[in-house]
Design a binder for this molecule. Structure first.
Ligand code: IPE
Ligand code: IPE
Ligand code: MG
Length: 233
């Protein structure tokens, strides 16, 4: 039996379908999804989960219509404006993974400000995956290792799993213990491909905007019933 997971990662999916069911624009679903984020952060603080990583925007999501992409970026900016002081107060440290330089400059600035303001916090490590792709993260790490090897600064035989992990965006963050995906889809969608190797997976049919505290606690209970063997017996 497992205890409370140290690190929970979430693929927040189903905002669009939630809105569509109600005859609302997709952006209304994304807006409602912000409330689910607040509920999950609070549940982590209450239950002692130390790392929460949210898939907020994938590299592939840039393919969506400009209206939706711009709306999502505005929501990110508003979220950071509204939550920065609360994160400072609550002991939450903000991190990001993904190609942050691809975001609008105002979002980059707000992210940097919030990360600096929360840098000394330790209660909850809250990571937003933004313009994130697991394959790109791995390729970027491989390129940086190859460059160092070609420059004679790194012995190729010394590239261990630890050395490789130190070049990933998630360096310093332990692998997720539990992955939650909402809206019933049974796929990883290019999220944390290296890090999810032995993560327990919990999928719920609920759309992200309706995912509440009880659903989060139910996912933790499901996790606790799992027997993690990591290939052993
Ligand atoms: C998840 O909800 C949010 C993002 C990917 C940004 P979706 O927007 O993917 O909602 P569905 O899957 O279309 O319902
Ligand atoms: C995954 O959801 C990305 C995020 C939650 C940010 P998508 O809706 O983009 O994934 P697919 O297209 O269903 O695989
Ligand atoms: Mg989706």
């Amino acid at each position: 039996m497992s205890s409370t997971p140290k690190h929970v990662a979430i693929i927040m999916d189903g905002n669009g379908r939630w809105a569509q069911q109600r005859g609302l624009p997709r952006l209304a679903g994304h807006e409602a999804g912000s409330k689910s984020i607040e509920r999950c952060v609070q549940a982590c603080l209450d239950t002692g989960v130390q790392y929460l990583t949210l898939y907020a925007f994938s590299s592939e999501n840039w393919k969506r219509p400009a209206l939706e992409v711009n709306g999502l970026m505005l929501l990110l900016e508003n979220f950071l404006n509204q939550k920065r002081d609360e994160m400072v107060r609550e002991g939450i440290r903000l991190h990001h993974i993904g190609r942050i330089h691809e975001l609008p400059s105002v979002c980059q600035r707000k992210l940097r400000e919030a990360m600096e303001a929360t840098a000394s916090n330790t209660k909850l490590h809250f990571t937003l995956a933004l313009s994130y792709s697991g394959r790109t993260e791995i390729l970027d790490a491989v390129q940086s290792l190859a460059c160092d090897a070609a420059a004679g600064k790194l012995d190729p035989n010394a590239i261990t799993a630890e050395v490789f992990e130190s070049r990933l965006n998630t360096a310093g963050i332990p692998d997720p213990d539990l992955l939650i995906r909402t809206s019933g889809e049974m796929r990883i969608s290019n999220f944390l491909l290296w890090q999810l190797s032995y993560t327990e997976i919990h999928v719920t049919k609920k759309f992200w905007p309706e995912f509440d505290r009880e659903d989060f606690l139910a996912a933790l209970e499901d996790y606790k019933s799992r027997s993690r063997r990591f290939g052993g017996v």
